[in-house]
Design a protein around this ligand. Structure first.
Ligand SMILES: [Fe+2]
Length: 295
C-alpha cells in the first residue's frame, strides 16, 4: 500500500495517515524523507506514540540529537526526550520555554551542523493557545523579487541566544546572561543558505540580531522586514493540536513559534534529528561588536 501525503496548503504542510505499527516501515520513512523537503511540516493526526516509538522513529530518520544536556530543563529519566512545558515538576526551567513564543529555528545558536528535523508529540494540551505556527523559509526566498535576491545573497547574520530571550527577559541578570552564554555560541550564519542540494532558503528568527557590516539598526530593520515577509499567511501553516498528534518539520527550511499559552497543563515531547550541513561559523567578536553600534 502506498503512503499518501495530503497537502494542507500549496506552499506548506502535509498530512500522513498511518497507524502506529506502520510508522517505522521503510515506505513511511521514505515518504517522510521526501515530503519533509517538499512540504516542510508533516502531521500524523492522533497517532499516540510512546516515548519509545518516538525515539525509534527519530532514529530511523537519522542521528538523534541530545539537546537536554545543553538546554535548561533537562530530565534525567528520559534524557533524549525534552519536555516542553511550563510545569516546573517536569521542566526545571520553564522560562526558557517562553522563548518558543517567538519565531525561531531550533539549535541555530549552537556551533554544530544545523539540526535537520524536529519531532514533537502532544501529550497534554492547553485550554488556551498552544497552536504551533510554521513558516516556510524556502518559499520566502523563492518568492522574493529578483532585485532583492541579488541584494541579500552574500550577507551574513549574527545569531545569539541573548537576542532569542530578549523578548522574554528584557534585560537579563548577569548570572542569567552567563548561563546562556555557556550553553550556546554566537554564530555567523548566511542570510541566504544554499543547501547541498542547491535549493536556497532564508535563515531568520528572533535570535538573528544584526547583519555583519551594517550598523545595528539597519541590519535589524532588514531582518524584521524579512521575518514579516516570511511569515505571510501563504507561507505559514498553523497546527492546532489534538492530543496524540505527532508533527515533524524540516528545521533547516522552516522557522516556527507557539501561540502563547499560560497554563501549566500543556506537555509536548520533543526529539531532534541531527543535520549534516553546517551553514555558519562561530562569529568573529570584532564583527559582532559592529552590530551593537548605532551608526
Ligand atoms: Fe522550537
Amino acid at each position: 500500500m502506498t503512503i499518501s501525503v495530503n497537502a494542507i496548503k500549496p506552499h506548506i504542510g502535509g498530512i500522513i495517515d498511518v497507524s502506529p505499527d506502520r510508522l517505522l516501515d521503510d515506505e513511511t520513512i521514505e515518504a517522510v524523507r521526501r515530503e519533509l523537503e517538499m512540504r516542510g511540516v508533516l502531521v500524523f493526526p492522533q497517532i499516540n506514540v510512546s516515548d519509545e516509538l518516538q525515539l525509534a522513529f527519530t532514529d530511523r530518520l537519522g542521528d538523534r540529537v541530545n539537546f537536554t544536556r545543553q538546554v535548561p530543563g533537562s530530565d534525567a529519566e528520559t534524557p533524549d526526550v525534552y519536555k516542553i512545558t511550563l510545569d516546573r515538576r517536569l521542566n526545571s526551567e520553564p522560562d526558557y520555554v517562553l522563548g518558543t513564543f517567538f519565531w525561531h529555528i531550533d539549535g541555530i545558536t549552537i556551533d554544530q551542523p544545523l539540526p535537520k528535523a524536529t519531532v514533537l508529540s502532544a501529550r497534554r494540551l492547553s485550554d488556551t493557545g498552544g497552536a504551533t505556527e510554521f513558516a516556510n523559509l524556502y518559499a520566502a526566498w523563492d518568492h522574493l523579487p529578483d532585485d532583492e535576491k541579488r541584494e541579500y545573497e552574500g550577507l551574513t547574520v549574527i545569531h545569539c541566544v541573548e537576542a532569542a530571550v530578549r523578548p522574554v527577559h528584557g534585560h537579563p541578570s548577569e548570572e542569567r546572561r552567563a548561563r546562556y552564554k555557556a550553553m550556546a555560541a554566537v554564530m555567523e550564519q548566511p542570510l541566504v543558505w544554499t543547501h547541498d542540494d542547491g535549493r536556497k532558503s532564508l535563515l531568520l528568527g528572533t535570535h538573528a540580531d544584526g547583519i555583519v557590516g551594517m550598523p545595528g539598526a539597519h541590519g535589524r530593520a532588514l531582518l524584521a522586514r524579512l521575518q514579516q515577509w516570511a511569515a505571510q499567511p501563504d507561507f505559514v501553516y498553523t497546527h492546532k493540536w489534538q492530543e496524540g498528534d505527532l508533527v515533524i518539520w524540516n528545521n533547516q527550511g522552516l522557522m516556527h513559534r507557539v501561540v502563547p499559552y499560560t497554563d501549566e497543563g500543556r506537555v509536548m515531547h520533543r526529539t531532534t534529528i541531527a543535520g549534516k550541513e553546517r551553514p555558519g561559523v562561530a562569529a568573529d567578536p570584532a564583527k559582532v561588536d559592529r552590530i551593537y553600534q548605532v551608526a
